[in-house]
Design a protein around this ligand. Sequence first.
Ligand code: ATP
Length: 488
Amino acid sequence: MAEFTKLEDIVSLCKRRGFIFQSSEIYGGLASCYDYGPLGAELKRNVRNAWWKSTVQMRDDVVGLDCSIFMHPLVWKASGHIDKFADLIVECKKCNTRSRVDHLVDNAEEHTEHVPVETAETDANNLGNKICPGCNKIGNFTEPMPFRLMFETQMGANIDDSMKIFLRPETAQGIFVNFRNVLDSTRVKIPFGIAQIGKSFRNEVTTKAFIFRTREFEQAELEFFCAPGEDEKWYEHWKEFRFNWYVNLGIKKKNLRLRDHDSDELAHYAKGCVDVEYKFPFGSGDWQELEGIANRTDFDLRQHQRGMRTLNSWYENKGDLSKIELKEESPDYKKGPLSYFNEETKERFVPYVIEPSAGIDRSTLAFLVDAYDEDEINGQKRNLLRFHPSLAPIKAAVLPLVRKDGMPEIATKLYDDLKGSFACFYDQKGAIGRRYRRQDEAGTPFCITIDGQTKEDETVTVRHRDSLEQERISLSSVKGYLFEKLGV
Ligand code: ATP
């Protein structure tokens, strides 16, 4: 068993086997951007699908949504991103490296929590001991300054009607602004959730550790709306539900934990926040955030009610956000356009929200790291990925033992039959041992081998990736066998 997986081993396996490549590699690469190769695209899609299946498909109280990335600029004023979504940074006077104040360390320990600007300000008073990660010089920094994380672009071709818009830094706001639409177009009743998976963009100051922190990434977010007073119960529910999701997909319990935020870490509107953390093998081998689960109270819907009231002022100022202040909340806000009417109790209120917010790329990295293993067969080293079958990019490989005696014909027929139901792979090239090891490295849980006996008694060998056990089953039962073992 590999005791401590090194990130370099994962990066090299990912490149060698086509899981993940550096973006624009033939042009020297683009920092912090990555492309998923043939195996990686399947793996990431399986992670995404597993989240969607457990959160939307299997539940009666969650519906899905797929919003556009570009949104009305006022959305980001109302959400607080225009004014607050910034990291406090300093520049090293010696080497000009810019660093997040909350990422600076005064010893070899690395600290990667995302700290709100307010909290980072406290750290900023104490820069004397901090080390520049660029040149290791101590305490030689400029005054801290805020650095806005949202990417900006222009929409519209004509100068008159073009406007500055933002690439969304989270998918959640698309859910809040569609709350009314979903209520009006479906039969959902509180408590219920709206889920979405999609790309988000943040101009992160420091990126690092492969796909752990990138400037373009995918999020899977759920906003679960409930009555005030029921929020704590649902917060507990989602903490447990989300923790178990990772464990059920094979993450070892010893590498996973829930960490409650300290009160000084909490965003001002949040009543509670917990991170699902994974013990990643980089930095100092430290616990790092995989997902945040927050009790956001009624903050977001109330902010968007204020945003809607600000629309006139936005037109009057020709969309110049720097001239606009968000309008005060109506005293009657509980009856506002984003409120909810409970038919049974005849009460109207602005719902509370529990938000589990996960990163698809970050959890894909955790699944890769956790599945990575090395062992020895007959004195030979073997690299393997012990993926949970539902995440494995290839579910079964079909292999004729040799390329003669009718074996390829039987194997091709089986492969053609299976590929409509599972992601399968056909391979007839090279020694069987080598072919098995290639599949182990790709994380394929089952290899089906057609050999001399197949023609005699219509049976095949099923080889198991993890136990190396081989069993004979009938050719005609392979499909049913895979359905049962893969749980699909
Ligand atoms: P961090 O502390 O790592 O900066 P955060 O607390 O800002 O993250 P959230 O805003 O809570 O992150 O985002 C929810 C999830 O989205 C994170 O737990 C993570 O899985 C994912 N995520 C956020 N930023 C990035 C990024 N730059 N690259 C990859 N995934 C990200």
